[in-house]
Design a protein around this ligand. Structure first.
Ligand code: MG
Length: 404
């Protein structure tokens, strides 16, 4: 209960506690109860398979955060990062022909050997959060695109430009942090040459279905913590001189680093895989009606299974509550009838109790009443649902509706 309350803004705590207070008594397994309230926020609808604040919704995975880099020392990646270069060797990299990468590793840093060609990861991946650190030579040579040039090519071939843009004029869509040839960075936020620069990139591939775009794909880039690409929609890979058009990308591809003839250095390269978006089968976000209904069915089925596991004739409440919960997601006829039957039996059995034992059921019965009220409010059960009417009558009869 404490956990659930901690997730809510202060103003919402009171009603949450009230809702939980009634549920803790009614409620079923300890694990389920601790995940959050039930019969509380607005229920699932045509585009959201979960209720608002849904206690059945899966918990996000836990990630142990890493540490930030300093000029002298790379930071530690988060716990779920897939490491592409940690300063030791190029075992995760190869040439475009699949041969061993020919760049140098010196003092925990990999360095372009000019003329040796680009290198690419053996790993293939698509949507990602990508972290790359790079440094241009301290001694400035050349200018514009000839100075401190490399590039980070994501799946589908788009280049996030790596360039020593520190006091260096060049075309805007070719600066450090540009979606090269397509969108300039919103700012030039570089450290002086020789110092490391930190790129954090969020990449979402375009999603197409039957030739129709469902999501154009986006790239977001931070350079040294400064936002330079803000969810920029993709328009193909971009490139030198040619204008590219939006279109599908491969699902996965290697990450490539460019050899543009400058001895650029890289360190601390890692990525995290991102969950699927709603348009590609993910179940968070605004879903199609079809996907929502499919997910609601699945949730309902798993709750019904849980209800069956809780079956206990001596204490029918946990099973009944889970069955009622399942109706929020899918009005399965069998579950509906069973819950109604159990409700009728429950009220009859409570009413048959001797006075002292009946009095002890007060909170449980009132909790069930709250559940019925929620379900009736959202038309999941009718207002004249027999067990609801019976529970209301019992509460009135016993004076449990009055303040003590
Ligand atoms: Mg480049």
């Amino acid at each position: 209960m404490r956990q659930a309350a901690a997730m809510l803004p202060p103003m919402k705590i009171l009603p949450a506690l009230l809702a939980l207070g009634s549920l803790v008594v009614v409620s079923a397994p300890a694990v389920a109860a601790s995940a959050g309230p039930r019969f509380y926020g607005d229920p699932p609808d045509d585009h959201h398979p979960w209720a608002v604040h849904d206690g059945n919704r899966p918990q996000p995975k836990t990630v142990v955060p890493g540490t930030f880099s300093t000029p002298d020392k790379p930071g530690k990646p988060p716990s779920d990062a897939i490491i592409l270069f940690d300063g030791t060797d190029l075992s995760k990299w190869q040439t475009s022909k699949g041969e061993p990468a020919k760049w140098r590793v010196v003092d925990g840093v990999m360095e372009v050997v000019p003329g040796s060609g680009e290198i690419q990861t053996k790993a293939q991946f698509g949507d990602c959060q990508l972290h790359v650190e790079w440094a241009a030579p301290k001694e400035v040579k050349g200018d514009s695109q000839g100075r401190g040039n490399s590039g980070i090519f994501l799946c589908g071939g788009l280049e996030i430009q790596v360039l020593d843009s520190y006091n260096n004029l060049t075309y805007a869509d070719g600066h450090a942090g540009a979606y090269y040839g397509i969108n300039p960075p919103m700012a030039l936020a570089l450290n002086p040459p020789g110092e490391f620069q930190v790129y954090d990139i969020v990449f979402r591939r375009p999603v197409y279905k039957n030739g129709q775009v469902l999501d154009p794909g986006y790239v977001t880039v931070f350079v040294n913590g400064v936002l330079v690409q803000d969810h920029t929609p993709l328009e193909g890979p971009g490139g030198h001189m040619g204008r590219t058009k939006p279109g599908p990308f491969p699902e996965k591809g290697p990450l490539r680093l460019q050899d543009h003839g400058n001895p650029m250095r890289f360190r601390n390269i890692w990525y995290r895989e991102l969950p699927r978006r709603a348009v590609e089968g993910g179940t968070d976000g605004y879903l199609t009606q079809e996907a929502t209904m499919a997910k609601r069915k699945e949730i309902a089925a798993s709750i019904r299974e849980d209800a069956a596991r809780l079956r206990n004739p001596a204490n029918p409440m946990p099973e009944m509550q889970r069955l009622l919960e399942s109706l929020v997601y899918e009005k399965d006829a069998t579950a509906y009838q069973k819950a109604e039957q159990m409700g009728n039996q429950y009220v009859a059995s409570v009413k048959a109790l001797p006075a002292d034992k009946l009095a002890a059921k007060r909170d449980e019965v009132k909790g069930l009443n709250d559940v019925y009220r929620y379900l009736a409010r959202w038309k999941i059960i009718p207002a004249d649902y027999a067990p609801k009417v019976a529970v209301e009558a019992l509460i009135k009869e016993q004076g449990w509706d009055k303040k003590k």
